[in-house]
Ligand binder design. Structure first.
Ligand code: F6P
Length: 358
């Protein structure tokens, strides 16, 4: 039987990753596995010597369950199949990585990541004949076949709290507040936080909008006697010209960002009301995980090790119908779960009078 688990966090971080690690370490030791933490996603394995550390019950510090970030570190821009080299070129370093895993005697890999990470890690595992199990995490909640990914609940809580904080200042100043949230190509954070935080308008990439429809809703709110309005917008919402707003970081990396600033003056012009824009950014990823994220994180960590014990590989753990489940990874990869415009939650929002700008 396989006896040595390597575990890593991959892609953008989120709250709850340390809770997953805690649970996996506790369960692995109870079931007689050695468990090694791989640092900075797969990137640490390409260092010489590899950046890894054995995880033991002594690593389960009292605060770990509550701690944001990941004690292992992570990256979202070091694909081993096209690894960015210092001279600007890219190189396939998958063989080096597999050799490092073999050198450490790791025969089971547990990857805590999103669908992009699962794609890379399961290709690696196939190539190196290593047993792989995935645990879904992402504030975007765009992983298929699971109701929740670790980190989503905390991100929604942060975004809803931001609306709570924007509402009084909006009312003091007769303003329309626009809150831009993350989520990549999926509008789940905006939809969930928008309903929970009492938004008047929710703008998501899955539902096309017009400025005119947004303006009509805001004017109707004001005509009904309210002096402010709240708009929440997903970062990947396109401009009216069909383009995404992006931020280009030093080194050339591009990320979504700026659609709130795009909308602000247009909504002001169309309504005659003053607008202000808040970009929530990475605040959604840090901080303590909510109880719900801690709960699913630990259920996922335990179940992933139980799968290893049962010799069930090529699977992702998930959450459905109030319990932890597992599904084939093939059903998850390359099938991002975005908002269904016909979903019950969209209906709830519409029934509450929330506009999607359509
Ligand atoms: O996938 C998680 C996420 O936070 C997205 O919502 C966002 O678009 C992206 O990562 C930001 O990436 P980075 O941390 O590299 O700026």
């Amino acid at each position: 039987m396989s006896k040595h688990i390597g575990i890593l966090t991959s892609g953008g971080d989120c709250a709850g990753l340390n809770a997953v690690l805690r649970a996996a370490v506790i369960r692995a030791h109870a079931l007689g596995f050695k468990i090694t933490g791989l640092e900075n996603g797969t990137a640490g394995l390409l260092e010489s010597p590899p950046h890894v550390r054995e995880l033991t019950p002594a690593d389960i510090t009292p605060g770990l369950l509550r701690q944001g970030g990941t004690i292992l570190g992570t990256t979202n821009n070091r694909n081993p199949f096209s690894y960015p080299m210092p001279d600007g070129s890219v190189k396939d370093r998958s063989d080096e990585l597999i050799a490092a895993l073999n050198g450490l005697g790791i025969d089971i890999l547990i990857g805590i990541g999103g669908d992009g990470s699962f794609d890379i890690l399961s290709r690696l595992a196939d190539q190196g004949k290593i047993n792989f199990i995935g645990i879904p995490k992402t504030i975007d909640n765009d992983v298929a076949e699971t109701e929740f990914s670790v980190g989503f609940d905390t991100a929604v809580s942060v975004a809803a709290e931001a609306l709570d904080r924007l509402q009084p200042t909006a009312a003091s100043h007769d303003r329309v507040m626009i809150l831009e949230v993350m989520g990549r190509d999926a509008g789940h954070i905006a939809l969930n936080a928008g309903i929970a935080g009492g938004a008047d308008v929710i703008l998501i990439p899955e539902i096309p909008y017009t400025i005119n429809a947004i303006a009509q809703k805001i004017k109707a709110v004001k005509e009904a006697g309210r002096n402010f309005a709240l708009v929440i917008v997903s970062e990947a919402l396109q401009t009216l010209e069909g383009e995404n707003r992006e931020v280009v970081y030093y080194g050339g990396e591009k990320r979504y960002g700026g659609v709130g600033e795009y909308l602000g003056p247009r909504i002001a012009e169309a309504t005659g009301f003053e607008t202000r824009v808040t970009v929530l950014g990475h605040v959604q990823r840090g901080g303590q995980p909510t109880w719900n994220d801690r709960l699913i994180a630990q259920a996922f960590g335990v179940h992933a090790v139980d799968l290893a014990k049962a010799g069930k590989f090529g699977r992702m753990v998930g959450w459905a119908g109030r319990k932890v489940i597992d599904v084939p990874l093939s059903a998850v990869i390359a099938k991002p779960h975005v908002v269904d415009p016909a979903s019950a939650l969209v209906h709830t929002a519409r029934a509450l009078g929330i506009s999607f700008g359509d």
